[in-house]
Design a binder for this molecule. Structure first.
Ligand SMILES: [Zn+2]
Ligand SMILES: [Zn+2]
Length: 263
């Protein structure tokens, strides 16, 4: 399909919430027709996170080295997805400086001490409008970019996945209510050379747009953004490359092109 593109966000069995063997991921990559993928297993720094302590760098790196030998036709790169939390900034920095990766995604998965899915369910249950209580989430995205620790910002506008409103809650809503922080985040991406991820995981749960939504991507284009990286956030092998063909066309219509963030 798109042999030159890599899927830049794929979880393997080194993530606490995935059982995908690298061999199977490689098979699916061939079938889907992408040029390869980046393994971005969860790397957690908060003791309360269910993934804390699960990931082992040495074992993950070794598995990646081994898969190289049997996949000369694919480009498979070694990365990680870090949950960005300001309170763990120093620990994250120390770890990333001491370990080698081709590609590190910084993502916000929490609001305060609550994981986003729990948080959104709670506030909606309490009748608090989402336009009033997700400032902390978007502020963390901005901080992640400004930290200068990551190659890429993961799934901006991620909370939409967990709202009762479902796929009717698009990027336009977030841009309307959190405009200042979102535009500051996009500016920071452009100024600092941090890639914006176009994450198609949304298409597996009924959305017709990626994270971030079209309205945000259009704003990015208007600000001078030209390139994005493409990712599926697959936690199961069959999810690698989700909706890439649709999204590539939609991005082209909006004047955005796809780039590989790793060589
Ligand atoms: Zn994530
Ligand atoms: Zn992920």
């Amino acid at each position: 399909m798109y042999a030159s593109f890599l899927d830049h966000h794929v979880h393997s069995s080194f993530s606490w919430d995935s059982e995908s063997p690298l061999e199977t991921l490689a098979e699916v990559a061939r079938k889907v027709g992408v040029g390869g993928f980046v393994v971005t297993d969860h790397l957690e720094f908060d003791k309360t996170d269910p993934g804390f302590g699960y990931y082992g760098y040495e074992a993950a790196r070794e598995a990646w080295e081994e898969i190289q030998d049997v996949t000369p036709d694919l480009k498979i790169r070694f990365g990680a997805e870090v949950t960005h939390q300001e309170k763990h900034l120093h620990a994250i920095r120390d770890f990333l400086h001491a370990h080698r990766y081709h590609w590190v995604i910084g993502s916000a998965h929490y609001v305060g001490h609550e994981e986003i899915s729990t948080y959104v369910a709670r506030v909606e249950g309490e009748g608090i409008p989402l336009e009033e209580c997700l400032g902390g989430y978007f502020a963390t995205c901005l901080k992640a970019v400004e930290s200068n620790l990551y190659d890429c910002l993961g799934h901006l506008d991620f909370p939409k996945r967990y709202s009762r409103l479902g796929p009717s809650l698009t990027g336009a809503f977030w841009l309307q209510h959190y405009r200042r922080t979102i535009l500051d985040t996009l500016t920071a991406c452009l100024d600092m050379g941090v890639f914006l991820e176009v994450n198609t995981g949304t298409y597996r749960v009924g959305f017709d747009e990626p994270y971030p939504g079209w309205a945000i991507l259009e704003a990015y284009r208007e600000m001078g953004g030209r390139e994005v990286v493409l990712s599926s956030d697959a936690h199961r092998p069959e999810d690698l490359g989700t909706a890439f063909s649709v999204v590539v066309k939609e991005l082209a219509k909006r004047g955005l092109s796809i780039r590989n963030g790793v060589v």
